[in-house]
Design a protein around this ligand. Structure first.
Ligand SMILES: Nc1nc2c(c(=O)[nH]1)N[C@H]1C(S)=C(S)[C@@H](COP(=O)(O)O)O[C@H]1N2
Ligand SMILES: [Mo]
Length: 213
């Protein structure tokens, strides 16, 4: 808190009209903007599958029926896009990553995850950011099947990181020993993307690392 890099963001954090707290440099929107780096893939649920593999004891692969038979949870989360919009109180139903990881059994050396999507998009995250109730695979949004534009049939949702980490049209989560950049990370975005520390770009990671944060 004493550090100027942290204070920079901390002081700009301000309440939105609804009383929720906005991360620094964000504004509140009531819409649900669509941000996609390419065309929307249309994946029939009959052809859909999702895998959890890499550095795991028991690689997992589910078809649509199998995945939907897993225990579901209702979740209400705030989301923050690096293009500066935040949306409060989004409501989802999905499967916790804790449920999925318990079935796969991460190996001890697994530290990072690469999310691979239908359409070719990728994004990287630390494994620790997918555990402890922090991430889920979203299947229903606002009580309805997730629209293709927003990542349907199923997307990763990791609300405590900038929303580009919430991979739409998720196809596979690969557990890795080492971190490697995904699509936006290779283009210069942050390897981690904490909205509360305003880690938008790779430069922010480097500045904060240099400041010992
Ligand atoms: N597969 C895939 N996932 C993606 C993206 C993408 O282009 N392709 N865009 C990311 C970005 S930059 C954001 S802000 C959110 C946007 O999700 P939305 O379109 O549902 O708002 O999805 C993220 N996940
Ligand atoms: Mo984004």
């Amino acid at each position: 808190m004493q550090n100027p890099f942290f204070n920079r963001g901390f002081q700009r954090k301000r309440p939105a009209p609804t009383g929720h707290v906005l991360p620094p440099g964000q504004y509140e929107t009531q819409d649900f903007p669509v941000l996609s780096a390419g065309p929307t893939p249309r994946i029939a649920t009959a052809k859909w599958s999702f895998a959890l593999d890499g550095l795991v004891e028991t690689p997992q692969k589910w078809n649509w029926a199998e995945f939907n038979a897993l225990p579901h949870q209702d979740l209400t989360v705030d989301i923050h896009c690096v293009t500066q919009w935040s949306k409060f109180g989004t409501t989802w139903q999905g499967v916790s990553l804790d449920t999925l990881l318990a079935l796969a059994g991460p190996k001890q050396e697994a530290r990072y995850v690469m999310a691979h999507c239908y359409g070719g998009y990728t994004t990287n995250l630390p494994l620790a950011d997918l555990t402890g109730g922090k991430a889920f695979i979203g299947l229903l949004y606002d009580g309805k099947p997730l629209a293709p534009e927003h990542g349907g049939p199923a997307r990763l949702v990791v609300p405590h990181l900038y929303f580009w980490k919430s991979a739409k049209w998720i196809q596979r989560l690969e557990l890795l020993a080492d971190d490697a950049p995904g699509f936006w990370e290779r283009a210069g975005y942050s390897m981690y993307g904490d909205p509360w520390k305003e880690q938008r770009y790779r430069d922010d990671d480097e500045d904060q690392a240099a400041a010992g944060l």
